[in-house]
Write a protein that binds this ligand. Structure first.
Ligand code: HSE
Length: 448
């Protein structure tokens, strides 16, 4: 049964339990986020009861290791049987803060199918399986909330789902990964190379022991998929996002960017573009990007996140704050718990997924962009014009060209006007095949 059929066959109004009735909560996971959710839920229980219209009652906490001490949690509430906890009749809302994909997917689907609303912080799960989860939530007429999945405490999901629901979003560009922002900011402010900046991020606890998901851009790509889906009312999955990480960014790139008036950020960019058939399409991508130093995103330092939204009527908006960490993520989770609990008490459902626009996903080659190319060329008569001819042959216009001495060779730094990704990348390929081009030191896209 499709979601549409399910919706048309069901009333979208849930009657609710009635004011004053308790709302049963099951928490799956007791790590950095789960323990903060529990702490704050306990500390603010009275206020939450007022905000909801009935008290939250913790029914259980599912963990994988029963032998681990769980400070501040009633041992009676701890279980390693997540499925049985989910299925209990007195559980109304399931909070998933485990991480990973397959195991939480099974649990979240079981919860939705059993008529429980779900709050998850799991970006990888939502970015990979949003259709399936949204269909299950629709079929059971319950809520599926995931504010914490993108930029933790920054209320960007609610902003796109509700606050900007009356506007037409053109572009979303965000710094949505704190680890990589910390590394790039350290490289920019101290001149450190990538390995030293990563080592500092690891020593300070920003980067995980295995930093792959962050530094290769996968974490940001999951968030880009979620942002693009919400912003353009179109299902965009993790696999639809073009993704390049920061491992190839060098101290020399950062220095060249600085000289040209830019800083380098790992941006998640989601925008409307025109595809090969002239249709409107959606592009979602993650890559190191040159950001003008005067742009608000350039001022987002350390491990902070920010999302810059350009909308037809609202104009430009920026949302800034903590994009990771136990308490900031718990703040977003608890906002969702309060929302889902209000619906359990008073009835109704939050606005769910809406992918009515169903735009095609643009091929990366049609995306309009600009390149900053740093290369070494032989310093002899005519080389500059041969290089320029490669650009003009593909219709790529040059905005600035800078030449510096570099030993026996010359260093050429070219910034292009906007062209398609396909034309720009083909031009770079042709340049690198020229005998007089000794090296392409770096190619970085301009973004904001
Ligand atoms: N590892 C992420 C970051 C936080 O560095 O921003 C969770 O998505």
């Amino acid at each position: 049964m499709t979601a549409t059929t399910a919706n048309s066959e069901r009333s979208t109004f849930n009657p609710g339990k009635g004011a004053g009735q308790p709302v049963g909560i099951a928490i799956l996971g007791h790590g950095t986020v789960g323990s903060e959710v529990l702490r704050l839920m306990g500390e603010h229980s009275e206020a939450f009861a007022h905000r909801i219209g009935g008290p939250l009652e913790l029914k259980g906490v599912a963990v994988s290791d029963l032998s681990k001490p769980r400070e501040g949690v009633d041992p009676e509430l701890i279980t390693d049987d997540a499925m049985s906890l989910i299925e209990r009749d007195d559980v109304d809302i399931v909070v998933e803060v485990i991480g990973g994909i397959e195991y939480p997917r099974k649990l979240v689907l079981a919860a939705l199918n059993a008529g429980k609303s779900v709050v998850t912080a799991n970006k990888a799960l939502v970015a990979a399986h949003a259709d399936e989860l949204a269909d299950a939530a629709d079929a059971a007429n319950v809520d599926l909330y995931f504010e914490a999945a993108v930029a933790a405490a920054i209320p960007v999901v609610g902003m796109l789902r509700r606050s900007l629901a009356g506007d037409n979003i053109q572009r979303i560009s965000g710094i949505v990964n704190g680890t990589t922002n910390f590394i790039l900011d350290a490289m920019d402010s101290t001149g450190a190379n990538y390995d030293d900046a990563l080592a500092e991020a690891t020593a300070l606890g920003y980067a995980e022991a295995d930093p792959t998901a962050d530094v290769e851009g996968h974490d940001a790509a999951s968030k880009a998929a979620i942002l693009a889906s919400l912003g353009f009312h179109t299902r965009v999955k993790f696999d639809d996002v073009h993704c390049e990480g920061i491992t190839g960014v060098t101290a020399a790139d950062i220095e060249a960017a600085r000289e040209a008036g830019y800083t380098i950020k790992l941006l998640a960019i989601c925008e409307r573009v025109t595809d090969n058939e002239g249709r409107e399409a959606v592009s979602a991508r993650v890559h190191p990007t040159l950001v003008r130093r005067e742009h608000p995103l350039a001022a987002v330092n350390e491990s902070y996140n920010a999302i810059f939204v350009e909308a037809e009527a609202a104009g430009s908006l920026m949302f800034y704050g903590n994009g990771a960490g136990g308490a900031p993520t718990a703040s977003a989770v608890l906002g969702d718990v309060v929302g889902a609990a209000r619906n359990k008490v008073h009835g109704g459902r939050a606005p769910g997924e809406n992918t009515y626009a169903n735009l095609p996903i643009a091929d990366f080659g049609v995306v309009p962009t600009r390149y900053h190319i740093d290369m070494e060329v032989v310093d002899r008569v005519g080389v500059l014009s041969e290089v320029a001819a490669k650009f003009s042959a593909r219709g790529v216009s040059l905005k600035t060209v800078r030449q510096e001495e570099s030993g026996e060779n010359a260093r050429l730094i070219v910034v292009t006007h906007t062209a398609t990704e396909a034309d720009l990348s083909a031009t770079v390929e042709e340049l690198s095949a020229m005998p007089d081009v000794k090296a392409i030191n770096s190619v970085i896209r301009l973004g904001a």
